[in-house]
Every structure is written in C-alpha cells, then in structure tokens.
Design a protein around this ligand. Sequence first.
Ligand code: URA
Ligand code: SF4
Length: 190
Amino acid sequence: MAERSWEILESACHNCKKCRLSEMRTNVVIGTGNRNADILFIGEGPGEQEDLQGFPFVGPAGQLLDKMLAAIGLSRQEVYIANVVKCRPPGNRDPHEDEQASCMNYLRYQFLLIQPKIIVCLGRIAAQAIIEKDFKITKERGNWICRKGCWIMATYHPSALLRDETKKRPAWEDFKEIRKKLHELQGIAE
Ligand code: URA
Ligand code: SF4
C-alpha cells in the first residue's frame, strides 16, 4: 500500500511539468533515505550535482550535512532528506514562490507517507516555506514549534556554513538539540 503510494509520487514527479523548472532539469530529485524515518530534513532545491545524480545533498553541502548527521549518531540511511523544490533552479538561484507553491503538494504527500516526529528545515527558504513566510533564520533558528504532533526546527543551511565559519558553532548547538529531541521522542535516555 505505502509502496504503491511512493510509486505514484515518483511517477507524478518524473512526469511533472507544473513549473518552469521542469524545462532545465536533468533529473527530478525526489528524496532519499528511510521512508519510515523519525526525522525529515528539508533543503531548498537541487544544486548542480543533485541535478546530475538525481539525489539530494550529494555535493559539498551534502558532505557537510553527512558529517553533522554522523556527529549526532545518525546516518543518511536512517533519516529522510528532501527539498522544497524537486528540480534545480538555474544557476542555483532561489526557487520562486510560484515554483515552491507548485511543488509543495509533493512534499506534503511525502510528509504524510513518512509521518516523521521531527522536521528540520535547512536554511531560510525551507523555513519560510514550512514554518512562516517571514521567518528570520539568524534570529529564529534553533527554536522548536510543534504542529499537529510534529516538532519543527530550522537551522542554517550547510552551504551557509561553508561560506561563513562563524555559523558552525550555532549550527552545532542546533544539531545537539535535534539529537536531544529525537532521543526524548524515541524514549532514549541521554
Ligand atoms: N542544497 C539544497 O538545498 N538541497 C540539495 O539537495 C543540495 C544543496
Ligand atoms: Fe514539478 Fe516541482 Fe519540478 Fe516544478 S520543481 S516541475 S513542481 S517537480
């Protein structure tokens, strides 16, 4: 049943022409990881490597994300990783609001299938798409909100950490909070 639902999602995404990003893509990047994950990470959209390979976070930002996950005892196989838009914005520009809106139902569907306990928004674009339109990443990162039983937090995008070393410390604090919340929800003592 769930398998069939994933097949339907995949085929809808592979054939999708709902926004202009379909015109330039090499691959649709749907998501990767554990379809029963307790935690869902959401980035902005595919970059060059992701577009070429068809998987999210496989370029330099992805390598850093893998390291940060490992530091809190998680592997990419245990979590689920997706993006706000599934096709690469040209030149890695921000995805436009209409493109995000066109793509959002796929992500909603993924959320319903995965039923994660936690969502982590990676960067401003994901935070504004998921949490609040005017979300200020510098001020509001690291705060938990709970919506319909799902805990949601935003932290810096790993690309931002590669550009600005000073963001690494606060991002690490956020990741420690994520580990804590995950253990709490899984009933694991720290
Ligand atoms: N940046 C993102 O936001 N998503 C990816 O998949 C890769 C880089
Ligand atoms: Fe469809 Fe999303 Fe790709 Fe736009 S970005 S074409 S809505 S899959």
